[in-house]
Design a protein around this ligand. Structure first.
Ligand SMILES: C[S@@+](CC[C@H](N)C(=O)[O-])C[C@H]1O[C@@H](n2cnc3c(N)ncnc32)[C@H](O)[C@@H]1O
Length: 252
């Protein structure tokens, strides 16, 4: 188990002042969030670090990784972890990170400030790490428009494009992890991942807020591009649903 979050006193209130009620609620939740405090203490740029660490603790996707691609990387906590596990340095870069937002430099990480949907993004990502990645992670979420259905579809599209990218670039035995939304993983995407990977898992780490529809799709053990994946009925991959209180039928 990851260590329980620690930090200063929780339950702090923010004075109403000039803040809108919704902003005050957000700020209160943020300063009282044990993962935010722990990220600060441990030097991570975002609380999101613990989502990746918790998933790894259970599924060991970081161990032995030599090259990692981080999609939707800003502000950079997943890249911090990736650089550490790959021993990436500026002389021998093993981590490529992409985000259309600016991201502060990180030792050993090649940062591309670019839209992942840009046609040239895949080439630039591979060129940055100079070889085949064994792990592709995506925490990409589309900027919110306020229209729930549109936001949902856009993030699902990013997840799908990331999955096709992973299948195109991963080395045999590699893993793919991507943010998705509850109820949002299309059957075609799940089936496609099942054909290309040995195991496909829906996971909701503790650090992912319970009230959020966010969850993660983990595909482990890439079969390689030579594998025969032509049979759409191939159900040989193991499917595991680790989301509590969520029936598999809904997720398919
Ligand atoms: C939840 S944040 C990532 C946090 C990050 N994993 C960390 O640990 O710091 C999601 C990021 O995805 C980025 N993003 C969304 N769509 C993108 C796209 N099409 N191309 C590149 N980045 C994108 C956003 O700009 C945002 O910074």
């Amino acid at each position: 188990m990851t260590k329980p979050p620690i930090g200063r006193k929780l339950g702090q209130k923010v004075k109403s002042g000039k803040l809108k009620a919704s902003s005050r609620r957000w700020l209160e939740r943020h300063i009282n969030d044990p993962y935010v405090q722990r990220a600060k203490l441990e030097g991570y740029r975002a609380r999101a670090a613990f989502k990746l660490l918790e998933i790894d603790e259970k599924h060991q996707i970081l161990k032995g990784a030599r090259r990692i691609i981080d999609l939707g990387a800003a502000p950079g906590s997943w890249s911090q972890i990736a650089a550490k596990v790959t021993n990436s340095t500026d002389e021998d870069v093993r981590v490529a990170a992409i985000d259309f937002l600016e991201m502060a430099p990180l030792p050993g990480v090649k940062i591309l400030q670019l839209d992942f949907l840009d046609d040239d993004a895949p080439r630039q990502l591979i060129e940055a790490i100079g070889g085949t990645p064994d792990l592709v992670v995506s925490d990409m979420a589309a900027p919110t428009t306020g229209h729930h259905r549109t936001d949902h579809l856009r993030t699902m599209h990013l997840c799908e494009v990331a999955a096709y990218f992973a299948i195109e670039v991963l080395g045999p035995g590699g893993h793919f992890l991507a943010k998705t939304f509850q109820g949002g993983t299309e059957k075609e995407l799940l089936d496609m991942l099942k054909r290309h990977f040995k195991q496909v898992i829906h996971v909701k780490p503790g650090a992912s807020r319970q009230e959020s529809v966010e969850m993660f799709l983990l595909a482990k053990g890439f079969k390689g591009r030579q594998a025969d994946v032509s049979d759409p009925r191939d159900e040989s991959a193991e499917y595991v649903d680790e989301r509590e209180g969520w029936s598999e039928d809904h997720g398919r």
